[in-house]
Design a binder for this molecule. Structure first.
Ligand code: FES
Length: 142
């Protein structure tokens, strides 16, 4: 069996939503201390809906495929829905990731959450801090 699913390969070779949004409403950047990979997500938000989303990922193929898939999954969706997106859902949508690559999908979940938090912070919108666990103490990336 191939190490990577066809869906992973497709999103790696032809990533969707790559780029930058000028004047983005929310920007989230996260990194994985162990592998050194970095993911940045840009959100354009209107009336609580993600009108547009773009990403820049400096990382492995699985991180690029995860970013691509995750952006597709939240585009056009309300923020509340984007916040419920888990790395597990991203990995499942990719038809699975090898066990040692699951942490790459975690970057996507964290980067989206961080971008939404940035939007809330910039606009003085109140939120439950529990929605945004402190990355430093998050065991996901261990
Ligand atoms: Fe670092 Fe994939 S190896 S995100």
């Amino acid at each position: 069996m191939a190490l990577y699913s066809e869906v992973v390969m497709d999103h790696f070779m032809h990533p969707r939503n790559v780029g930058v949004i000028e004047n983005a409403d929310g920007i989230g950047q996260v990194g994985n201390a162990k592998c050194g990979d970095i993911m940045k997500i840009y959100l354009k938000i209107e009336n609580d809906i993600i009108e547009d989303v773009k990403f820049e990922t400096f990382g492995c193929g699985s991180a690029i495929a995860s970013s691509s898939m995750a952006t597709e999954m939240i585009k056009g969706k309300p923020l509340s829905e984007a916040l419920t997106l888990t790395n597990k859902a991203v990995a499942e949508a990719l038809d699975g990731l090898p066990v040692h690559k699951v942490h790459c999908s975690v970057l996507a979940e964290e980067a989206i959450k961080s971008a939404v938090k940035d939007y809330y912070d910039k606009n003085g919108i109140a939120y439950d801090p529990k929605l945004f666990p402190d990355c430093e103490h998050c065991e996901h990336c261990e």
